[in-house]
Design a protein around this ligand. Structure first.
Ligand code: GLA
Length: 381
């Protein structure tokens, strides 16, 4: 794979690359729409990665080619890069160059060949993988000496300010910081992180990921509107963020809010609690006990936060009915993927049940795969 990447790099850019960097997509176990409320998240990196094969250029130009693109090279000068100038997929890696330069890091031009097996538009953070692989490559090529969380925050800035998606920090932190065999327990306010072991195989379990094939797109304004709603609620309650509202204070706080903001607040407050409960259960070695929390998290996203859709609801329902210990949509919502915690022996039965339920409902066939918790961004060659 790496030799192939070097060969393609040579065909596109001429000459040999300096190295290859990889960064993964992610699924979030629990803690959805909590990251921009200063709350808790618990993502897991996927084995699927985006690889950036790269070399410095000394003329201040960026030349980017993607195996998943339209066969053309994006070629632009780092001088005068401003948000909004790159509308295609290239906005993510170019945004990372911009964010690094804008923060005063001495980054120059580069030739990049990009290849990815992270499904795009599936709610599995293909954009964070692309940003973090680019950031890891530039960090080494230009000897910037930045630590993984710093690279993640610069990647988030690229997405917020250059691409224009007001996402939180979860996806980039997961892609940059996760480790093999563990979930990343992250406090998005302090950025304190802990790797919580998640040995699914030892527990006789599998994490089934079901891509509903309903294209998820955070750029369409719905995500921004939800974020604005949460921020407005915190402001009305006189709190820095919804993270500061305890479960015990939820009921009186809801009474003080306009009706349309109440379900948003209820979701965020109960979801933070679910993350903490999940980590407590994992610390006691009870992976199987996570099932009901996952399913309760889905109900909250469906009924209160309202970011699920018919396909994600059906996938959860069919998976649980076929024996999954628990299931929920993962990521921003509006389509995308569902995760299900399943006994090793039930993986086929659960996948088949979801596929058949989709067939009966007239939905396109979903794509299911099992995922092991994998490593974050790294140099691979
Ligand atoms: C998207 C965003 C994340 C997070 C999730 C919802 O994946 O990029 O920052 O807000 O949605 O939990």
């Amino acid at each position: 794979m790496i030799d192939e990447a070097a060969t393609t790099f040579e065909a596109v850019h001429g000459g040999r690359p300096t190295g290859v960097w990889a960064a993964p997509g992610r699924v979030n176990l629990i803690g959805e729409h909590t990251d921009y409320n200063d709350g808790f998240v618990l993502p897991v990196a996927l084995p699927h990665t985006t690889r950036v094969t790269a070399r410095r250029r000394e003329d201040g130009r960026l030349r980017l080619y993607s195996a998943q693109g339209d066969g053309t090279i994006t070629d632009l000068s780092l001088d005068g890069l401003t948000p909004g100038v790159v509308a295609s997929w290239a906005g993510y890696p170019v945004g990372v160059f911009w964010a690094l330069a804008d923060a005063g890091h001495p980054v120059g031009g580069a030739d990049l060949f990009i290849d990815s097996d992270v499904p795009a538009g599936a709610g599995l953070s293909s954009s964070a993988a692309l940003e973090c692989a680019t950031a890891a490559a530039l960090n080494d090529l230009y000897e910037l000496g930045l630590a993984a969380p710093e690279l993640a925050l610069l990647a988030q800035r690229a997405e917020n300010a250059f691409v224009g998606v007001p996402c939180g920090a979860m996806d980039q932190m997961a892609s940059a910081c996760c480790t093999d065999g563990a979930a990343l327990f992250l406090d998005t306010r302090t950025l304190e992180q802990r790797h919580v072991p998640l040995d699914l195989a030892a527990a006789g379990l599998r994490l089934l990921v079901i891509d509903t094939r309903v294209k998820h797109d955070l750029g369409d304004g719905a995500y921004a509107a939800l974020r604005a709603g949460c921020e407005r609620a915190a402001e009305l309650l006189g709190l820095p963020a919804l993270r500061d509202l305890a479960v015990a204070d939820l009921a009186p706080a809801l009474d003080r809010l306009p009706g349309e903001l109440r379900p948003l607040v209820r979701h965020v407050v109960t979801e933070n609690r679910r993350v903490l409960e999940t980590v407590e259960r994992l610390d006691r070695g009870g992976i199987a006990a996570l099932g009901p929390i996952l399913t309760a998290g889905h109900a909250s996203l469906r009924d209160d936060f309202r970011v699920s859709c018919a396909e994600t609801d059906l996938a959860v329902e069919a998976a649980v009915a076929a024996g999954a210990l628990g299931a929920r949509m993962t990521g921003g919502g509006f389509g995308g993927s569902v995760i299900a915690l399943v006994a090793a022996g039930d993986v086929t039965a659960v996948s088949d049940a979801v596929r058949s339920a989709f067939g009966s409902a007239g939905f396109a066939a979903p794509v299911a795969f099992t995922a092991v918790p994998s490593a974050g961004a790294r140099r691979v060659a």
